[in-house]
Design a protein around this ligand. Structure first.
Ligand SMILES: [Zn+2]
Length: 263
């Protein structure tokens, strides 16, 4: 398979290049240059990834705004990101934080009935200080503050960048968390969505599930957990979604993976 082209830039630099293009010819050249890359890592977007198609769409909409002399170009660049609500952004930022600290890029956030963030966690599977060791999953950290009251627990919402594993999903069911939003499927646990069929009680407690996120952000959240590991997740990704595994390798090469660990 041909390698992916990855480019790292600042959103301001990209926007300036588009805005300051001397004429349409220059502008088209700039758009074409960015259109050739498969991944665009933009700093201010939390290292968001834009696929080849996404880059083109961004560049075209930015160009249209330039022609209309409108300046909210950043809104266009931030489209995927700006559509996310506050808890989602916190979860994505936490996932990236996990990667930067040498862990697996998974982040989770718990909100209460007023949609306020009450819990937040990142994967600390490889952390030497983590009290839970192998069980230090982002969702377990975030779920640590779930209310004991059944009704209040039902009003809780868990946001997690990667679909929960059996342990975390079990905790969601036991705690009666009402809603679960996930960013990307985890191929390690294919078929886990069939768990409600276990019995009526599990079915009754099962949260309302929404996901995965679509577009550039969804692709990003599927690929980044592969960055700091070559364990089961990567093997499952290779088997089920080799293109995403390739994307992850390309990003790792460009960003420089700090740790390669097995799990
Ligand atoms: Zn888990």
């Amino acid at each position: 398979m041909a390698g992916y082209r990855v480019r790292y830039t600042l959103a301001t630099k990209l926007v300036n290049e588009l805005v300051e293009a001397a004429d349409d010819k220059q502008l088209n050249k700039t758009i074409a240059r960015y259109g050739r890359v498969d991944l665009l890592c933009i700093d201010e977007l939390g290292y968001m990834l834009i696929t080849r198609r996404g880059v083109k769409q961004f560049a075209q909409s930015a160009a249209a705004m330039r022609k209309d002399h409108c300046m909210p170009i950043q809104e266009s660049a931030y489209e995927s990101w700006s559509m996310l609500d506050v808890p989602w952004r916190a979860a994505v930022e936490t996932a990236w934080d996990s990667y930067r600290q040498g862990g697996i890029a998974v982040g989770a956030v718990l909100t209460d009935g007023t949609q306020s963030i009450v819990g937040c966690g990142r994967n600390q599977r490889f952390g030497t200080m983590s009290p839970r060791g192998l069980l230090s999953h982002a969702e377990m950290e975030a779920l640590g503050v779930v209310p004991a009251s059944k009704d209040r627990a039902r009003d809780s919402v868990l946001y997690t960048t990667l679909h929960p594993c059996p342990m975390c999903l079990g905790a969601v069911v036991v705690a009666r968390v009402g809603r679960l939003h996930f960013g990307a499927f985890d191929p390690t646990w294919q078929g886990i969505e069939q768990l409600p069929q276990l019995n009526d009680e599990v079915q009754r407690r099962w949260p309302k599930v929404t996901g995965p996120l679509t577009g550039p952000l969804g692709e990003w959240l599927a690929a980044v957990p592969c960055l700091n590991t070559n364990g089961a997740l990567v093997r499952a990704m290779e088997a089920t979604a080799p293109q995403r595994a390739e994307l992850a390798r390309a990003v790792a090469r460009r960003l420089g993976s700090k740790h390669r660990q097995t799990s």
